[in-house]
Design a protein around this ligand. Structure first.
Ligand SMILES: *Cc1c(COP(=O)(O)O)cnc(C)c1O
Length: 377
């Protein structure tokens, strides 16, 4: 059994994907071929934003967004403590200071009350200027944008939605990646919409931001080729990846997103009495980048992981370390006691196999093994 079965997906979509790749190789426009623009247009429409600018990966997407906002030295950027490293890394690359915020114990997303507390602390200290909130849609569930927007408005901050895991999710009729001032996503193979290598995209409604992003992603280019008007990056989505993504977006939209939600419902129905299953707020839809349960202790979590391994079921710990404890951020000297929830989550979370090609009998088998473990302990 695979944790995320990409081979099975390929076999289902093989003919279309092979044809899409062959089309690119026969045309030979490997960089910024027509498929890139076509894919960007389809994606912008799906997410419900005016512009989609693709790029080389989800980390660059975040950094490019911060570049267009000119975030740098002296700025404070608020980032959840429980997330993938990139969400905070890009802030430090830009020379700004990542201010980590503890998360909600049920949704795993940034806690808005604690966010406001951190903003007030930074203002009170008077050293850094609060600029951006990086809201992460962790494991596919959108963050609490209603509350985050009120706070952003109150303190005049921009919202950068890190939708690397959130793509496909929604709140009401609003799609993830379109919930902030700028939204980003990643097409790393294991993400909800993945390609066959690295890829990413940025979403905005603003024409001037879209133009800046197009410039920054190609060496800060001006109107003419070899005319460079700002320092940028080399961050494009390969034509081959765009061609593959066009096929995969169709499958995602037509059935995969519905199926992962059925898989999640099935897991939760079976496991609810035995472990803490994911909590998706009313009116929210998750894209189920991960299906993550909570155990009661580190010992129990690790024992379940071993137990599942013996049954040949892979499981993963996302994430084993809070951001504030990463060595790379050592110099900022965060206070460990301000991150009680994340400190606890890293010990008790476990993500189970999750993807749209997981068979109902697999969900039943995995669930029964978890139940067997819980009954035997
Ligand atoms: C994967 C991920 C990223 C980075 O995406 P890459 O394409 O791997 O650079 C950023 N943020 C979150 C929350 C992620 O899960």
């Amino acid at each position: 059994m695979e944790f995320r079965d990409l081979k099975k997906q390929y076999l289902v979509l093989k003919e279309e994907i092979d044809n899409a790749i062959l089309e690119v190789t026969s045309e030979g426009n490997y960089i910024m071929g027509s498929q890139v623009k076509e894919f960007e247009e389809e994606l912008a429409e799906y997410v419900g934003k005016r512009y989609c600018i693709s790029c080389a990966n989800g980390t660059d997407a975040l950094q490019l967004a911060l570049m267009t906002w000119e975030i740098g030295a002296g700025d404070a950027v608020f980032v959840p403590d429980f997330t993938f490293f990139s969400s905070g890394e890009v802030v430090a690359i830009q020379g700004a200071v990542p201010i980590f915020v503890d998360v909600d114990c049920n949704t795993f997303n940034m806690d808005p009350d604690k966010l406001e507390k951190k903003i007030l602390e930074v203002i009170h200290e008077g050293i850094l200027i609060p600029k951006v909130i990086v809201a992460v849609d962790l494991f596919g569930c959108p963050a609490d944008y209603k509350k985050i927007k009120q706070i952003a408005y109150r303190y005049n901050l921009l919202i950068l939605e890190d939708g690397a895991q959130g793509f496909g999710g929604s709140i009401g009729n609003k799609k993830a990646c379109g919930l902030g001032d700028i939204g980003t996503t990643s097409f790393f193979p294991a993400k909800p919409l993945g390609c066959y290598g690295d890829g990413g995209a940025i979403f905005t409604n603003e024409t001037d931001i879209a133009e800046l992003l197009c410039s920054y992603r190609i060496h800060g280019k001006g109107k003419e080729k070899y005319d460079n008007i700002r320092i940028g990056m080399n961050s494009r989505l390969d034509t081959i990846q765009a061609a593959i993504l066009k096929v995969k977006l169709n499958a995602f939209r037509n059935n995969e997103l519905t199926i992962v939600n059925q898989v999640a419902d099935d897991y939760s129905r079976r496991l609810r009495e035995y472990v803490k299953v994911p909590d998706i707020p009313e009116g929210f839809v998750s894209s189920w980048a991960q299906y993550t349960i909570k155990l009661t202790s580190l010992k129990e979590r690790d024992a379940l992981k071993v137990f599942l391994m013996q049954k040949k079921i892979p499981s993963m710990v996302y994430y084993p370390k809070p951001m504030h404890r990463q060595k790379a951020f050592e110099k900022y000297q965060y206070k460990d006691e301000e991150y009680n929830i994340t400190n606890e989550l890293v010990n008790v979370v476990l993500s189970l196999p999750m993807h749209p090609y997981l068979e109902p009998q697999d969900v039943e088998f995995i669930s029964n093994c978890v139940i067997e473990f819980c009954n035997g302990k």
